[in-house]
Design a protein around this ligand. Structure first.
Ligand code: ATP
Length: 542
């Protein structure tokens, strides 16, 4: 599947639009259209239902070391700035970027890749031999992008491509020792990239009308911290006992240096996060449980196993407080062959977060986490000073719980489900001629529209009967009514948005009260009594 085909379909049928498009768009921001909003809501509802609502705390789930409870929260996007100082985001939430002095563009250092190439450069004064490292941002077809950049730089035409001598393979610029002969991704001259510099990814904002430095706060870059800040409130206001999880779905914001790949890397996005609190001596088992449970969820929701993988981080990739992190990754079509993109991270966070919010920002000293100090001995960032430990009244022990964090992106999951759903085949049209058919094959729970109702023709009482059926179905499922154009074309329009079932009212309906139900996937039609449609669909959709 070509990514362009999917992005075109998303725009044409109202799944996704570029934000502020009428003003030329805003890089890194996306709007969900009428169908996109239904799809994304289904993804979030499925997650919330499967992780929180349908969880039975009285029985141990398969693979779990014991029973556990689940509850939810909805915290604010703007929180006390001290939260981000203690969480580490204020000091550490950086990406490295390089600027181009010529084009004034900025790139994420770890995303610029390129290759050495030598050739004769044609200029106004003649030609000379030169060797440069041409670059591009990682794309679906990197060598094609490098070819184009090299042709432009050397002043050659496409047919002259063979005169260029490529050396070595494609490598990230981070592997180079100097940028002197590097041609920036959009530059005309070599040697215009700056050394990499740190750039904090949090969006700053000012609270209140006066707007002094002390009124600066941040839009949250993750939903997790609101859960830690409310840990005590949840314990005190409910009867939850450890082990338990708090789930939250909400917007997060990161001022990504190079937003790209459709919604995969946006500046405003939604997360679905769980902070799971447990006894330290059981945390390794709970980590494995959540890692496997979350991986299984994606396969149950329809992602194919060969495109999905679970990747345990190497020891040197782990955050300083973590004793295990795994990424759940999907082979998005915009990545290089063999490359995977992160859908969700499942991290063992130890007691880092709760202790940081109690004591102040922690750093690792040897094998210990200690409060980071200024040269004068004062804590660098003060904690709340509140006691965020937990008292277990059964074992009469007090401890700071360990945390397992499955952190998923609602937009990345939605994008993966869209990529996976995209199918093309040939199917006969009304005249029996083979025609290319594009359809989206979602898991039925995710399909934005579950059923469409058509009168075969706009006469003989068919529209009236179809309208009645439509009204009945709408009470149960997201349903669409269409009486415009040839019925074959109406089927195709529904296939293209992934509607699994189309119900057609025809001449026979008026005689014997039956309709046809057509299955998008198999193209088979069956006749069903009008009064049985709801039950038949419920059964099929489950
Ligand atoms: P990446 O390495 O791709 O930047 P990350 O490791 O920083 O991701 P986390 O901090 O673990 O991501 O965030 C948890 C989840 O939030 C990610 O797995 C992803 O699904 C989602 N997410 C993070 N950043 C973005 C973004 N810029 N756009 C869309 N979703 C995002």
């Amino acid at each position: 599947m070509q990514m362009e085909n999917l992005t075109a379909l998303c725009k044409r049928r109202g799944f996704l639009f570029q934000s502020s498009e009428i003003y030329g768009g805003l890089n890194g921001f996306w709007d969900y259209g009428p169908l996109g909003v239904l799809l994304k809501r289904n993804v979030k509802d499925a997650w919330w239902n499967d992780m929180v609502m349908s969880h039975n705390e009285l029985t141990a789930a398969a693979g779990a070391p014991g029973t556990y409870e689940m509850t939810g929260l909805d915290c604010t996007i703007i929180m006390h700035p001290q939260i981000w100082k203690c969480s580490g985001h204020y000091d550490l939430f950086h990406d490295f970027m390089v600027d181009c002095r010529e084009t004034k563009r900025r790139y994420r250092y770890d995303h610029v890749i390129g290759r050495w190439v030598a050739g004769r450069r044609q200029t106004a004064d003649g030609s000379h031999q030169q060797k440069v490292f041409v670059t591009t941002m990682e794309t679906e077809n990197t060598q094609t992008a490098l070819d184009e950049a090299a042709l432009k730089f050397f002043g050659l035409r496409k047919k002259d491509i063979e005169s260029l001598q490529w050396e070595g393979g494609i490598t990230p610029i981070s592997k180079l020792t100097s940028f002197e002969n590097v041609l920036g991704p959009d530059a005309k001259h070599a040697g215009t990239l700056t050394e990499p510099r740190e750039f904090n990814l949090m969006f700053k904002t000012t609270i209140g009308a006066l707007g002094g430095e002390e009124d600066v706060s941040f839009l949250r870059p993750e939903t997790a911290q609101g859960i830690f800040a409310n840990f005590k409130n949840v314990c005190d206001s409910t009867r939850v006992r450890i082990p338990f999880g708090i789930a939250q779905i909400g917007k997060s914001f990161r001022n990504e240096i190079t937003p790209r790949n459709f919604t995969f890397r946006s500046r405003e996005f939604e997360q679905m996060e769980i902070e799971f609190f447990c006894r330290p001596d059981q945390s390794a088992e709970w980590y494995k449980f959540w890692r496997d449970k979350r991986f299984a969820w994606y396969t149950q929701m329809g992602l194919s196993s060969e495109k999905l993988r679970l990747r345990e981080h190497d020891a040197d990739e782990l955050s300083h407080y973590s004793c295990g992190t795994a990424d759940i990754e999907y082979q998005f079509p915009f990545l290089q062959p063999g490359e995977f993109g992160e859908l969700e991270g499942v991290a063992h966070r130890g007691d880092f977060d709760l202790r940081s919010h109690m004591e102040g920002k922690l750093v690792k000293e040897g094998n210990e986490l200690v409060v980071e100090k200024l040269p004068n001995g004062q804590p660098k960032h003060r904690g709340s000073g509140k006691d965020l430990s937990y008292y277990d009244d059964l074992t009469k022990e007090r401890f700071v719980p360990h945390v397992i964090e499955p952190s998923a992106g609602a937009d990345r999951a939605t994008l993966a489900f869209l990529c996976e759903a995209y199918q093309a085949d040939t199917a006969p049209d009304e005249k029996g001629e083979p025609q290319e058919r594009i359809y989206l094959k979602f898991h039925p729970r995710l399909a934005p529209v579950k059923a469409a109702v058509f009168p075969l023709v706009k006469k003989d009482g068919m529209p009236e009967a179809a309208a009645e059926i439509y009204g009945e179905l709408k009470k149960h499922f997201s349903t669409f009514y269409d009486d415009k154009g040839a019925v074959g074309r109406r089927y195709r329009r529904q296939d293209e948005i992934g509607t699994p079932y189309c119900i057609t009212v025809d001449g026979q309906t008026l005689q014997d009260g039956t309709v046809t139900i057509r299955d998008m996937d198999t193209l088979k039609q069956e006749r069903v009594k009008r009064e049985e449609i709801v039950n038949v669909l419920k059964e099929k959709l489950n």
